[in-house]
Design a protein around this ligand. Structure first.
Ligand SMILES: [Cu+2]
Length: 154
């Protein structure tokens, strides 16, 4: 009788413990999910990157949110001077890759259209694996040429 009571008590205790553990696991999972979501939106949102000699400020917007692995998509680059004036009709070329893996981009993205207001359409972006990518963009105008490196964590 006494041992029966005790084991019932243990069973009740373990059930309460299990319920708390479930709640804890759920909380940790939610926290991890919200951190992951923050990281994703950070890589897909407009950030402003300064070119190496400080001539241009470059922002980009991916047409795909979040950027999916192995999916061809476009970017829109926004190019401005150091004091924030939109840069029109620049020549823009891109290279990129994963320095840690010593490989380049799987595609050859190209600037295909000047959209006005300092915005340029880049077609042919695709990333074939998760990890740290670098996109190196060279911008040339009549009198200036500078390079900006955009870091992208996928
Ligand atoms: Cu790689």
């Amino acid at each position: 009788m006494a041992s029966g009571l005790r084991s019932a008590g243990v069973r009740l205790c373990s059930r309460v413990f299990f319920r708390h553990l479930t709640a804890l696991v759920l909380m940790v999972a939610l926290l991890a999910a919200s951190i992951a979501e923050e990281n994703q939106s950070e890589s897909a949102d407009n950030g402003v990157w300064i070119s190496q000699s400080g001539l241009f400020k470059v922002g980009y917007e991916s047409q795909q949110h979040p950027i999916a692995i192995n999916r061809m998509h476009s970017w829109v680059l926004h190019v401005a001077t150091a004091d924030g004036q939109p840069v029109a009709n620049a020549d823009i070329s891109l290279t990129g890759g994963m320095p840690a893996h010593d490989h380049g981009l799987p595609t050859s993205p190209r600037m295909t259209q000047y959209l006005g207001n300092g915005e340029y359409l880049i077609e042919g972006m695709r990333f074939h694996m998760n990890g740290s990518w670098e996109i190196t963009i060279t911008i040339s105008t009549a009198g200036n040429r500078d390079t900006v490196v955009i870091l992208l964590e996928l």
